[in-house]
Design a binder for this molecule. Structure first.
Ligand code: CTP
Ligand code: CA
Length: 225
């Protein structure tokens, strides 16, 4: 009976999920972050576990706790997330729900930046972070059979997401509109369009848990064919 309960459409499958924001240090006491709560990534991991998957959950400093039943790997920066993702592979599928900082401060300093008497303002110089999703989507041997990215957009959501799908080489992009007036970033609901080579599937606005369950079911379907 235990085996029957544990079985699910994703039993025996290892799925990697990234989630949450990353924090990029400026100095020992300051960092650059974004408004991702980690709610959608956490819900996806929970839904995958519910279908029987073994889930490695690589998370930045999120507001929402990781779900039960996953292997949690906590990171702060994009580069740490990249390293943790590399360590977690191989996987049958990978879902990149994290809001990875695009840039980090080029020269991290080990002492707190101080105001000076002359009132000189600090100038931060940035460098680009690795694109973790693109790297995994474009790896040859060992690539997960299904690579799913997200696209958080404020304008021309589907057009930008379609371009992202092609540019990154992933299998699906889950696009959402994160303009502040939608209340999606930091909220309990999401309205997504799932893009793939087969076309665009727009789902009505629903709870992030419901989006997660629908996405997990679609992943189970894709891995079974
Ligand atoms: N992503 C990633 N590593 C990065 C940046 C993004 O893995 N350094 C992943 C995200 O987890 C998401 C997808 O790429 O699944 C798209 O992220 P997004 O920020 O929408 O795309 P970018 O390519 O960074 O483009 P931009 O922010 O300019 O829209
Ligand atoms: Ca980005």
């Amino acid at each position: 009976i235990a085996a029957a309960l544990a079985a699910g459409p994703l039993s025996g499958q290892h799925i990697l999920v990234t989630s949450g924001p990353t924090h990029e240090p400026i100095d020992p006491v300051r960092y650059i972050a974004n408004r991702s709560s980690g709610a959608q990534g956490s819900a996806i991991a929970r839904a995958l576990v519910a279908l029987g998957a073994r889930v490695t959950f690589v998370t930045g400093p999120a507001q929402v706790p990781p779900p039960d039943g996953v292997q949690v790997v906590r990171v702060q920066t994009a580069r740490q997330m990249q390293e943790a993702v590399t360590q977690a592979l191989p996987a049958d599928a990978a879902v990149f729900a994290a809001a990875v900082a695009d840039w980090r401060v080029a020269r991290e300093v080990t002492s707190k930046i101080k105001k000076d008497a002359a009132g000189t303002l600090p100038v931060l110089e940035f460098t680009e972070n690795p694109d973790i999703l693109a790297e995994v989507a474009q790896m040859g041997a060992g690539r997960p059979a299904l690579v799913v990215g997200f696209a958080a957009e404020t304008d021309d959501v589907v057009a930008h997401a379609r371009a992202k799908l092609a540019r990154k080489g992933c299998d699906w992009i889950v696009a959402n509109d994160v303009r502040p007036e939608t209340g999606i970033m930091g909220g309990d609901e999401n309205a997504v369009t799932v893009l793939s080579a087969e076309g665009a599937d727009s789902w009505p606005r629903m709870s992030k848990d419901a989006v997660a369950r629908k996405l997990a079911a679609r992943i189970a379907q894709a891995l079974s064919t």
